[in-house]
Design a protein around this ligand. Sequence first.
Ligand code: BDR
Ligand code: CA
Length: 307
Amino acid sequence: MTTKLLIDTDPGCDDAVAIAAALAHPDLEVVGLSTVAGNTTLENTTRNAHAILELLDRTNFPVARGCDRPISRELVSAEDVHGPGGIRGDLPEPTAEPIDAHGAAFIVDQAREYGDDLTIAAVGPWTNLATAMLLEPALPDMVANIYLMGGAAMTGGNVTPEAEFNVYVDPEAASHVVQHARPKMGGLDVTNRSTVAAELIEDYADRDAPFDTIAAWFGYEDADAVRERGIEDPPSVHDAAVVIDIVEDIFEYETYPVEVNTGHGPSRGATICDTRGTTGEEQTVDVAVDVDLEAFRTTLAETLENL
Ligand code: BDR
Ligand code: CA
């Protein structure tokens, strides 16, 4: 049976790989995208989402524009990583328009329509998801699963020593989600290690569209800067690993209480994971603690061949 999937996203190069993998996987049926400000402005993430779908010739479902900024902070973007406009590679100038519904309302609508047939993957800042949960507090109980890309439970951050980008951008949203949903959180603990081999990228770069563009998406991170954070074999394809996990169980999870630091100082956006139970708080977050790298690489490569 296929899993109906709504992707909340801020494309973004690894978002683009995640969307491509979701569209190509035989066990996933993408029922919609909601876009959010994150890697770049909302205008750009929405345009990029449409461009990705047009490149892949898959425009048969709705795209809804969501929140154009974090709940209570200025947007911090990552165009320095993902490229000017938030994405790399050759993409068509999109012609499609987003639907006439806000992304957060769209998430609620989809949850009401599909109920526990629906899985949500939030792979940008969790602003739309938190807003959807404020609109419909029962949302987490209505859907099958909520997968999150974000956080750094037991490892260091990629924006600050403690904070991962999606959580750093909107800590208030992240705090609401970890407190009120029972999510599966694929953070840097596993996604840093979810890398693709250089040979695959070289192979894609020599092929026709869309593979030459996917090669450019894979080339988004500054490999030397990433190696300095201890990742041996970049690029990490964070968002795609979370999407692949939905159908291939490549992550191993342990359940803990997690709290997000909503301060403004150096610990802004830190995800504090209480592995020893010292807080006495309820264990509500399935935290991904290990990844089967070979399974990730094999599945991703096989899946993208279906494009
Ligand atoms: C996350 O940050 C973004 O730049 C990526 O798209 C990914 O969702 C990784 O920390
Ligand atoms: Ca993302």
